[in-house]
Design a protein around this ligand. Structure first.
Ligand SMILES: Cc1cc2nc3c(=O)[nH]c(=O)nc-3n(C[C@H](O)[C@H](O)[C@H](O)COP(=O)(O)OP(=O)(O)OC[C@H]3O[C@@H](n4cnc5c(N)ncnc54)[C@H](O)[C@@H]3O)c2cc1C
Length: 341
């Protein structure tokens, strides 16, 4: 059975079948709605049902609460239509024609960048083009139908490989393999590119880049893309980690200050050890932004890292600092819903 889906802003009308999520129906019609995990966990796709009824789908109970449902909200990545619908989200843009593909790749290089961070480079197939936008992510497709998301840390310009920064999760199904049995030349499968976390280039707002831990990965992709394209909008990167080892590519980030005009790097540690010998900024990384930039009304923010950091940043930047809602772009590093038993 098929229904009519009207999407605001813009009054776009598309068809949606009862088995398709609202996000999928929009994408099939060439429309990009804000989203990230596509698993009902991160909340990036939360929007309003203005008219009609939905099945809310499988989602994290904290991500969409009963109060949210009573207020007419739903997660468009897992809601399906049960009638004709009118929905509203923060922004609707035209998806470009980059196709999402399922491809094999070969492990090319594994570098332990910190005790719990592996930089993994995987070689793309020579016979099939893979296009992506800087900042997007892929899902590794694993045994038993499991999928695990990782952000692409290199820029698309000239890329014959993908770089991933993988933090080891205790008891983690996939990251456990990366840190124990995976070796160079292993074959993996992935799906991508995914997500709406990429640089909006049709704006001249100064940019705040906010990274927590391996949230640095997609930010690195975006900065390298900016360097390749000669983008000279002012950019300030705030990168937070617990200790010095967690800023595993700090030298590279400091070097960007020389390569990219208008680029500034502010490293921030929250739990440094005496051996860290640190005279830089301390505390929570998003609070360093609050201290330096109390008025964000003219900025755009790109934030990536743990969900708790993203939530706090969204709340404080849009609440206290006047950042417009539609200028906060984020990927929260949630984990797969099936692993939350
Ligand atoms: C869009 C997106 C992009 C991502 N990009 C990256 C990236 O570039 N680098 C990166 O390191 N991670 C990234 N993540 C997070 C990563 O996908 C998860 O941490 C993943 O679940 C790890 O897989 P696993 O099989 O090792 O652990 P799982 O088997 O999924 O989890 C094992 C146990 O650990 C818990 N757990 C899993 N992940 C976390 C976590 N992050 N924090 C706290 N507890 C957790 C689970 O609840 C479970 O109990 C991203 C997530 C999303 C949604």
């Amino acid at each position: 059975m098929s229904f009519q889906l009207t999407i605001l802003p813009g009054d776009h009308v598309v068809a949606v079948s009862e088995n398709q999520t609202l996000l999928e129906a929009a994408a099939d019609a060439g429309l990009l709605l804000p989203h990230s995990c596509r698993d009902g966990v991160c909340g990036a796709c939360k929007g309003k049902i203005l008219d009609g009824t939905v099945d809310y789908g499988k989602h994290g109970p904290q991500t969409l609460t009963d109060e949210d449902k009573a207020a007419g909200l739903a997660l468009f990545c897992c809601a399906t239509a049960r009638s004709d619908l009118t929905i509203e989200c923060r922004t609707v843009s035209r998806a470009d024609d980059i196709p999402v593909k399922k491809l094999p790749c070969r492990v090319q290089e594994m570098t332990l960048a910190a005790p719990d961070v592996m930089i993994l480079k995987v070689k793309l197939p020579a016979t099939e083009a893979f296009a992506f936008r800087a900042g997007q992510y892929i899902d590794f497709l694993l045994a038993g139908g499991k999928r695990r998301s990782f952000s692409i840390a290199n820029a698309p310009e000239g890329a014959d490989h993908l770089e991933l920064h993988i933090r080891q999760v205790p008891e983690g199904f996939f990251t456990g393999q990366v840190f124990s049995s995976m070796k160079v030349r292993d074959i993996l499968r992935f799906e991508g590119p995914l997500g709406s976390f990429f640089l909006r280039e049709d704006s001249d707002r100064p940019i705040v880049l906010l990274a927590g831990g391996t949230g640095f990965a997609p930010i690195k992709g975006i900065v390298e893309h900016a360097i390749a394209r000669g983008i000279s909008r002012p950019m300030t990167l705030y990168w937070g980690a617990r200790d010095r080892a967690g800023l595993y590519l700090a030298d590279m980030a400091a070097e960007w200050e020389k390569t990219l005009p208008g680029f500034k790097f502010v490293p921030v540690l929250s739990d440094m050890t005496p051996g860290d010998d640190w005279s830089g900024r301390t505390g929570l990384v998003h609070e360093a932004v609050l201290a330096d930039l109390p008025d964000l009304s003219g900025h755009a923010v790109y934030a990536c890292g743990a969900p708790v950091m993203i939530d706090a940043a969204r709340r404080d930047f849009t609440g206290r600092c006047g950042l417009p809602d539609d200028q906060f772009f984020a990927d929260a590093f949630t984990y797969a819903l099936e692993s939350q038993a």
